[in-house]
Write a protein that binds this ligand. Structure first.
Ligand code: FES
Length: 105
């Protein structure tokens, strides 16, 4: 599936990920700047904070309490915020576009 990461300058990077991979893994595999994934995907660091906009946001599974509480600690968190390590690719998400926050650049 195709994923586009847009950095805070507005530069898009379009990469390919496998279904089942998290957006954090896809970003690391392609050296996408703005996503560090320091905790290895345990929803425990918030260095994989991303913004997901409509129409993609409603296609994602609901976030759990752990993701919610980590995002509450993340700089610049808003209603578009998700943790990239908690979003796994599937066919319905092919073409998803996400933004990385300025604080992670
Ligand atoms: Fe640490 Fe996602 S990689 S919260």
């Amino acid at each position: 599936s195709e994923v586009t990461f847009i950095d805070f300058h507005g530069t898009p990077r379009k990469v390919e990920g496998e279904d089942g991979e998290s957006l954090m893994q896809v970003a690391l595999n392609h050296l996408v700047p703005g996503i560090d994934g320091d905790c290895g995907g345990a929803a425990a660091c918030a260095t994989c904070h991303i913004y997901v906009e409509a129409p993609w946001q409603e296609k994602l599974p609901a976030m759990d309490a752990q993701e919610r509480s980590m995002l509450d600690l993340a700089a610049g968190c808003d209603e578009r915020s998700r943790l990239a390590c908690q979003v796994r690719l599937n066919a319905a998400l092919s073409g998803i576009v996400v933004r990385t926050p300025e604080a992670q650049h």
